[in-house]
Structure formats: structure tokens, C-alpha cells
Write a protein that binds this ligand. Sequence first.
Ligand SMILES: Cc1cc2nc3c(=O)[nH]c(=O)nc-3n(C[C@H](O)[C@H](O)[C@H](O)COP(=O)(O)OP(=O)(O)OC[C@H]3O[C@@H](n4cnc5c(N)ncnc54)[C@H](O)[C@@H]3O)c2cc1C
Length: 393
Amino acid sequence: MRQYFDVIIIGAGIAGCATALALRQQLPHLSILLLERRKNTPQSFRIGETLPPQAMALLQQLDLLAQFRLRGDVVSLGNRSAWGSSQLSENLFLYSCYGHGWHIDRASFDNWMAQQAERAGATILHDTTVTGIPVYERQHWHLGVTQNDHAARNIEAPIVVDASGMSVFFSRSRNINVVAQDKLIAIFRYYQTDDTSAADNGGDGYTLVESCSYGWWYSAGLPHGRRVIALMTDSDLARTENLLQEAIWRDALLSTQHTCTRFAHAEPLTSLHIKPAHSQQLERSCGQGWYAVGDAASTFDPLSSLGMYKALRHGLLASYAIRDDLLDKTGTCEKYQHIFNAEFRHYQHMHRQYYSLEQRFANAPFWQRRQRTTVSSDSSRNIYDTVMDNGFP
Ligand SMILES: Cc1cc2nc3c(=O)[nH]c(=O)nc-3n(C[C@H](O)[C@H](O)[C@H](O)COP(=O)(O)OP(=O)(O)OC[C@H]3O[C@@H](n4cnc5c(N)ncnc54)[C@H](O)[C@@H]3O)c2cc1C
């Protein structure tokens, strides 16, 4: 295999693939290599399933929307939430100018994105891990990669994109700080129902969110009659409350008012899985010859359902920055950094506003940690609707 590329992207998740697609659209002559440590075999399950309506505009921009609509994912009508009150309230996507969202089979969606990037002319190496410390010499990055457990070898490019997700591989190995905001984790499990005859094949089409003293639950219908249900809490609280134990987790689920009824006729498909879900931001999102995108640049609370939207958006932004870099324009990195800082500040503001709507558990540690400001419910509702309708700027 060749050793030199114009751009190397570490991680072929949504952000990495979106970057490759956007670059190939604008600069088709660039040679682009995506390095992905996962094997190229279909995965059964991957968490993170609600693609919000505003993501459609970005799929359109990447010229993927028509193909996406043929995939057969499940229509998402919006959210029902018991948040701040035991009564369910609805936030309908239909009022969004982009129409409804989707509940996707996330493992198959990520594979599909990788196929689209390959079709657009990017090269993807699976089962390939970037290891060691990247070195910048004579205006080129030199990366050590190990493929299929073979001995490490070097590849190089003038530009590297860190799309390695929450592991933030490239930037961490260069000692750039990652600032974590909380200790949120997801403890989740998949279920199977025989509800495959329903029109949309995914239950009632809503994401259900329900808060409790140690965090909140969410559940959603997926293609092929599957359901996902997740408890979101802090890692230390999960340990002290023993919520990582299946029996305790199940008892906690049974004590919910709304969520448990959704699973009355569902059979567990998997055991419990755990995944970090804390908010974090990379201290710097770019530097000489490198850019960070997606979760490698910043991670949002799953409550926002904006992680995939953000990954697509960052891919487009990185492609503009790289184009400007190649045209020797000045101030590219400063502009990129400014946009990312503004995006994260805006997210933090929304996060505080939305968590402060739940006042029933004001003495519980999970909520105390998140409620440093209070706002009137009317103004918060408007802000929340704005995020859901328009996403972040
Ligand atoms: C519980 C939970 C629920 C969520 N729900 C939603 C939701 O409903 N809607 C939504 O939009 N978002 C949701 N998200 C967030 C969303 O899943 C992420 O924001 C999204 O996956 C980010 O994409 P990414 O491409 O940046 O990172 P990833 O998807 O993490 O991709 C990074 C890739 O890099 C690879 N990689 C890492 N290190 C290396 C290395 N050294 N060498 C080679 N490859 C490497 C990894 O294998 C991976 O494939 C949720 C997240 C969690 C935890």
C-alpha cells in the first residue's frame, strides 16, 4: 500500500466519513485515507439512534439524502417526556421546518456512511489502529499504524483529521487537554418485540424520556421490531446504587411510571452494556496541519440527540477549513476554533437551561450537579424548541 496521502482521517465513524465525503465533493483530486480500528464486519448493535430532522439538510448537502431515504429506517415523530412533572409532554418534530426525524439502525448507518465515503473515492483501511505519538516533520504528519496485528509501519500526510470519537486519540497523544464536564454514563440494553407489523415497524415513533432521582431513562423503537432502553446516570452514582447489576437495573426500570409499560411485551436481546456519555471539549480543535471533528472535538449529552448532526456538520466545516488551508488563506485555524468554541458555549447554555426544568429531585446529587441556574419554564421551553428546530448555529 502507498505511504503518502493528501489527507489522513483517523476514525471512519460519521464525522470521519462526512469529512471525507465533503472533501471529495469540493476537491476531487485529493487522496484521502480513512483509518478505522473496527473490523469490516457488520456489527449487530450500536448506541445512538435518533437522527433529528435538521440532519436532513446536511445529508442533502453531502448528496446523500435520496440514498438515505431508501434505507428503510423508522420515522421519528418527536419526543414524549416526563421531565419536571410526571405528566408526559410532547415535542413534535412535525413543527420543525425539516419535517420528521429518524430512528436508525445505528450499526448499519455507520457502515452505510463508510460505503458512501469509499464510493466517493476515499480509501478505508479497517482493522487498522493508529498507535504511538504522531510526529510533525517538514510539514508532514508521520503516523504509526498497525493493521491486522501486523508490525507497525509509517504513513504520512500534510493534513490529519482526528475523528477518533471520545477516545480523542490524535489530540490526546499530543498532550492536548480534554475538559470533561460531568461523569454521565449510559447503562442500556436492547429488546425484541413481535411488533414488526406496525406501520413504521418501530413502535409508536416517539423517543420516551423520563427523569428519576438518579438520572433519566430513554427508550426508542428501532427497525425490525427492536427497542433500546437506556438509563443515564453518573458513573459514581451507578456504583453506589449498584445500577450496573442487571437485577437492580431491572428493578429501577420497573419503578418508572411510563418507561416500564413500553417494555411489557418485549424480550431482552442483549445483556446490559455500559458506555461513557459525558460532555467534554477538546481545549484546541485545530493546529498546524490538523483538525478535530465530531466527538473528538466535543461531546454532547445524549439528551440533545445532536451528536450525529454535529458529526456531519463538523465534517463539512473541516472540509472548508482544509480547502482554505490548501489555498494558503490566513486565519483558517482561528476561524475554525472560534466556531467550535461558540458551538460548545451555546450547547452548555442549553444544557443548563434544560436540566433546570426538572426541580422535583432538587436534593439528589445527579440533579444538584447540573442545576446551577434556574429559568422560568416558559423561556426554557422556547429555547429547547429552538434547539430542536434549528440545531446549534
Ligand atoms: C448513550 C448514547 C446515546 C446517544 N444517542 C444519540 C442520538 O440519539 N442521536 C445522536 O445524534 N447522537 C447520539 N449519541 C451521540 C453519537 O452517537 C455520537 O455523537 C457520534 O457517534 C459521534 O460520531 P463520531 O464519528 O464523532 O465518533 P464515533 O462514532 O465514536 O467514531 C469514531 C471512530 O474512530 C475509531 N477510532 C478511534 N480511535 C482510533 C484509532 N486510534 N485508530 C483507528 N480508529 C480509531 C473508532 O473505532 C470509531 O469507529 C449518543 C451517544 C451515547 C453514548
